[in-house]
Design a protein. Structure first.
Length: 227
């Protein structure tokens, strides 16, 4: 009887140890996924900023009118047909985003701003729903500090949180740290359609390169067989 009880205790202890081990692995995977999507998101928002900046520059230097965005969208989408983010509407958002950032910050410090650490959809909410440009930075920082989803951000803007918090002197300076993998912001990052497009694009070109290499090898074999 004592042997049976001892074995049962050992099994229970092993089960607890195993469950703890599995949970630790799950946490590592979730954290790594968030980090990966943060990296993709940062590159995406930087890309959109640079596209918008390039459009602004050409419009200023060469007098291109707003209709040129239609042509830019058409030409880019003919090359990157799988990317919905190159629509006329989104290109105009890129131009507006770049204009806003350039007017707010010296060029050397732009990439350190929190706008590059939140999903593109969150930035669209800030552009559309906040007319006071200086308040956009506050809401972007709060989004990271509180790990807000896009819906929560929208609600906080509509409820005029900035005015209520600053009136009560409850402003916080949050560190721009990794969002909790369980948070709403992390969930939005993982399902963001624009980030997903970037991953598709990367895979698309890997497949394309492999196909080209395969086609080249086949052509070489055909040529050798002809001799």
């Amino acid at each position: 009887m004592s042997n049976y009880l001892n074995k049962r205790k050992m099994t229970t202890a092993l089960d607890k140890s195993y469950l703890q081990f599995i949970n630790e692995l799950k946490d590592q995977i979730k954290t790594a996924r968030v980090k990966a999507h943060l990296a993709v998101n940062r590159e995406l928002v930087l890309l959109y900023f640079r596209i918008g900046q390039s459009i602004l520059k050409k419009q200023e230097e060469e007098g291109w009118r707003s209709k040129v965005i239609d042509r830019i969208s058409q030409d880019l989408r003919s090359e990157f047909s799988e990317m919905r983010g190159l629509s006329v509407t989104n290109l105009d958002y890129m131009r507006r985003f770049a204009a806003f950032l350039i007017s707010q910050q010296p060029a050397g410090e732009l990439e350190s701003l929190p706008f590059f650490q939140i999903p593109w959809g969150h930035n669209l909410v800030l552009l559309d729903q906040i007319s006071e440009e200086k308040h956009r930075l506050w809401y972007a920082s709060q989004t990271i500090g509180n790990a807000w989803s896009r819906n929560v951000l929208t609600h906080q803007i509509k409820s005029n949180l900035h005015s209520r918090q600053t009136t009560l002197n409850k402003t916080h300076n949050f560190d721009l740290t990794l969002p909790n993998p369980q948070s709403d912001l992390a969930t939005d990052l993982l399902k963001d359609e624009y980030n997903f497009e970037m991953n598709i694009t990367s895979n698309f070109y890997e497949v394309l390169i492999l196909k080209k290499k395969s086609s080249k090898i086949t052509s070489q074999k055909t040529l050798l067989n002809s001799y």
